[in-house]
Ligand binder design. Structure first.
Ligand SMILES: *Cc1c(COP(=O)(O)O)cnc(C)c1O
Length: 448
């Protein structure tokens, strides 16, 4: 039945498919991976080559590809119905999932609003937070954000983002925010590391802001680590302090767990390590185990109740998408969460995080490694031209991509963030496979 060859696919890909975050001129000149199937932590391309998926297909795969239980969940739901609207009606898996999510989330997050991608989960939190104050009769319009933040690529999410390379072009289209420095960079530059004094300093800055302004809707931040900026962790306790201040000054707190949720940092959600409940928690990526696009914005009774009224009061949240609460995605997400319990995924992750920590130490031996950063099972290895001066490689040289390319030769699939090599392996990866990925990456960097 096959009426195309691998060569056709390569040609048609370059002719018709405009890829995300990709310089297509360069892409079209290069050999690219075209994946055809997956099995556990392995991906196979159209030529039959096999690769370890060391970035979890952009940070979303959890239990491996082609998992029998997840496949079955999709198949069984498919036999019933693929999609029904949730605008004013409901469906079985989306109800069960909403209940389940509120059970595993930090205490107090009792309401679930669905969407399809992480950016939308953030967009919804921003609109809901803003609308919350309107419904309360208060005219607040300012968001406090962090530099180096990444919350997705829609206009609202970009407005609260802080990565100039991605976001600078669109500045005129964005709403303004008050931006505090990225905790990691600030701590490193001003205090030489993630110290308690640095933490105290940052908190004073936030407190002064909150004391001075009465128009703040919310503080928006990623949970635990600024992943897209190149894996920049916060000092421990930072989010807890932010929670206390936002409580004290009656400002909402929006926490983006899109990258960190579903086990990536060692607990189901990173908020739980800080012992906090934000007003909004945004989820995406791992929510379906990497199977289908689904995202969720969780919030509290307090926020929810501000939207209640008679129809004519027009207080309700005028927002929704065609596929909000999609049946197939919700069904596979439920199975994903069941797998966490059945396979004790988080318990079994602990020794793997320890192994990763131990092995990451070895990267300091390499002369082109300028920094090594980790939070749980997420890691970033920053490449620099010169270790002493921390001079980076020139941007156009694509050093990170070159290293990733080299890893491909030995069957490891990586996607770097600039010159930061990212390790974000599926949680089910085995110890010998972790070792293989690390050995390969070390080798590729040492070849520079
Ligand atoms: C990936 C990511 C997003 C955006 O999610 P999409 O599904 O790509 O829209 C938002 N926030 C964080 C922290 C992310 O890592």
């Amino acid at each position: 039945m096959r009426n195309y060859s691998p060569e056709d696919l390569v040609r048609w890909d370059k002719e018709h498919f405009w890829h995300p975050f990709t310089q297509m001129k360069v892409y079209r000149e290069e050999d690219n991976l075209i994946f055809e199937r997956g099995e556990g932590v392995y991906l196979y391309d159209i030529h039959g080559n096999k690769y370890i998926d060391a970035v979890s297909s952009l940070w979303c795969n959890v239990h491996g590809h082609n998992h029998p239980k997840l496949n079955r969940a999709v198949e069984e739901q498919l036999k019933k119905v693929a999609h029904t609207t949730t605008l004013g009606s409901s469906n079985v898996p989306a109800i069960l999932l909403a209940k389940k999510l509120t059970e595993i989330a930090p205490e107090g997050l009792t309401k679930v609003f669905y969407s399809e991608d992480g950016a939308e989960a953030v967009e919804i939190a921003l609109k809901m937070a803003y609308h919350y104050w309107r419904n309360k009769g208060e005219d607040k319009r300012t968001f406090i954000t962090l530099s180096e933040a990444y919350h997705g690529d829609t206009i609202g999410a970009v407005s609260v983002g802080g990565i100039d390379l991605f976001h600078g072009t669109y500045r005129d289209l964005l709403f303004e925010t008050i931006r505090l420095p990225s905790p990691y960079l600030y701590c490193k530059q001003e205090h030489g590391g993630l110290s308690q004094t640095c933490l105290a300093d940052l908190i004073i800055r936030l407190q002064e802001l909150l004391r001075a302004r009465r128009d703040v809707v919310a503080v928006v931040l990623e949970s635990g680590i600024q992943a897209a900026a190149g894996m920049l962790p916060y000092p421990k306790g930072f989010m807890k302090e932010v929670r206390e201040l936002t409580r004290r000054y009656e400002v909402l707190m929006i926490v983006d767990e899109v990258a960190t949720g579903f086990g990536r940092t060692g607990s189901m959600f990173y908020c739980q390590q800080e012992g906090i409940t934000p007003d909004f928690m945004c989820l995406g990526k791992g929510i379906t185990g990497g199977y289908l696009p689904l995202a969720a914005t969780l919030t509290t009774n307090r926020v929810f109740e501000a939207f209640l009224g008679e129809f004519g009061d027009a207080k309700h949240f005028y927002h929704g998408h065609t596929y909000t609460g999609n049946n197939l995605a919700a069904a596979v997400s439920l199975a994903n969460l069941e797998l966490f319990e059945e396979e004790k995924t988080l318990e079994r992750l602990k020794p793997k995080i320890e192994l990763l920590t131990r092995r990451l130490e070895e990267f300091w031996e390499l002369k082109h490694v300028g920094d090594v950063r980790q939070l749980g099972f997420m890691a970033g290895i920053e490449l620099v031209k010169d270790r002493e001066s921390r001079e980076p490689f020139p941007y156009g040289e694509r050093t990170g991509f070159k290293v990733a390319h080299k890893c491909r030769e030995k069957g490891v699939f990586l996607r770097p963030l600039g010159d930061v090599m990212v390790l974000m392996m599926p949680l089910v990866i085995r110890e010998e496979e972790i070792n293989y990925v690390i050995d390969t990456l070390k080798w590729a960097i040492s070849e520079l």
